[in-house]
Design a protein around this ligand. Structure first.
Ligand SMILES: Nc1nc2c(c(=O)[nH]1)N[C@H]1C(S)=C(S)[C@@H](COP(=O)(O)O)O[C@H]1N2
Ligand SMILES: [Mo]
Length: 379
């Protein structure tokens, strides 16, 4: 069930940009289809749906809720084929989850992997409503030899020569777990899923980078061997060389982002603030453990001072898989400044100043830098 065959002629291999090579038109086409969170939308604890980042490898597939079926098969006692009404008859839960694309930060790597060129904005937080996956697996009855669950999406495309439906797997322990609880979601922020976020059904895997949360979900297959499909064995691996098997991309590394203060210059995005006290604020998250510390620098990373964490305390609280708010005060003096913010989680993991490089540009969590010009009112 991995591939449909190879189509080498039309699909360029993954590559690294040359030393002075800018963003290509192909990357611009991806960047214009997909979109990030406008950073001022960090002000919302739950991201309004149109402002949540979007990443779609191929096309948004046509979907009719009336005809949709979710199959659960493979190493199960009783294969299931559920329509949306049957899914809604299971107990529903709502989880607030911060999702981030594994490629976030890729555009700043050097050399730059040629792909969706995210800066820092591939993130969002939504309230996802649906059925805990463990209930569906219990209903089907997990076979004694099952080791993974493979999730299939309805979207279809070619990637580096391999024709495929979008498919990803999870170890059975994660798929059937309670912490985090994986959801088969049919609702986002109290409404149905919007088409670009997986209508009518998607997986939501709290704490994991977004690639695990398969959209337009049509099938769950339990397997007796690890899945070797493209998005598992070729895509989404930390590797330094093209032929290196690499390590799988899984959970989200810690990151803090700041709402850019003041107001922007249209083209450079340089911020303008007035002299005096400026409230700096934003959000911080980690898919490994609660965020325990956020620090802010207003001198380009020379010195750091503690920010105040606001809102829920992280894992073990009502919203264990959502970001936390933070605030800090800055007295801005006339001149040019570079602001930065960094998070540390309860495992002690933080954010690097120098990003460790990998070929796919995955898991980058280097510190955000914001150029600010502080100037008195021009009148
Ligand atoms: N079927 C399918 N599921 C998918 C994708 C996809 O292209 N097809 N993209 C994945 C990736 S890489 C990410 S980051 C998230 C993005 O979810 P969002 O667009 O709802 O933010 O969906 C994941 N699920
Ligand atoms: Mo992604």
């Amino acid at each position: 069930m991995d591939g449909y065959g190879r189509l080498d002629g039309i699909s360029p291999p993954g590559r690294l940009a040359g030393p002075a090579e800018g963003i290509t038109l192909e990357e611009l086409a991806l960047a214009a289809r997909n979109h990030g969170l406008p950073l001022e939308a960090l002000r919302y604890e739950v991201t309004p749906p149109g402002l949540h980042y979007v990443l779609v490898h191929y096309d948004i597939p046509a979907a009719r809720a009336e005809d949709w079926r979710l199959t659960v098969d493979g190493r199960v006692r009783t294969p299931l084929a559920l329509d949306l009404a049957s899914l809604r008859s299971f107990p529903a839960v709502t989880h607030r989850v911060t999702m981030e694309c594994a490629g976030n930060g890729r555009a700043r790597l050097d050399p730059r992997p040629v792909s969706q060129p995210w800066l820092v904005e591939a993130v969002g937080t939504a309230e996802w409503t649906g059925v805990p996956l463990r209930l569906l697996l219990a209903e089907a009855g997990v076979g004694a030899d099952a080791v993974e669950a493979v999730f299939g999406g309805a979207d279809h495309g070619v990637e580096r020569g391999v024709e495929q439906d979008y498919r990803r797997s999870l170890p059975l322990g994660v798929a059937a777990g309670r912490d985090p609880e994986v959801l088969v979601a049919y609702g986002m922020n109290g409404g149905p899923l919007p088409p670009q976020h997986g209508f009518p059904l998607r997986l939501v895997v709290p704490g994991w980078y977004g690639m695990a949360s398969v959209k337009w979900l049509t099938g769950i297959r339990l397997t007796a061997a690890p899945f070797t499909g493209f998005q598992q064995a070729e895509g989404y691996r930390y590797r330094r060389e093209a032929d290196d098997p690499g390590e799988p991309v899984t959970r989200i590394a810690p990151r803090a982002l700041m709402i850019p203060p003041g107001f922007p210059d249209f083209m450079s995005r340089t911020r303008v603030v007035r002299p005096g006290e400026v409230l700096l604020e934003g959000r911080a998250w980690s898919g490994h453990a609660p965020v325990t510390r956020v620090e802010v620098s207003t001198d380009g990373g020379g010195t750091w001072s503690e920010a105040v964490l606001t809102g829920p305390e992280g894992h073990g609280t009502p919203h264990p898989w959502a970001w936390r708010g933070w605030q800090a005060r800055w007295t801005a003096a006339p001149g040019s400044h570079v602001l930065g913010v960094r998070a540390t989680d309860a495992t002690g993991a933080g954010q690097p100043v120098l990003q460790r490089w990998n070929r796919g540009g995955f898991g980058s969590n280097h510190v955000q830098r914001i150029a600010v010009l502080c100037t008195p009112e021009s009148g």
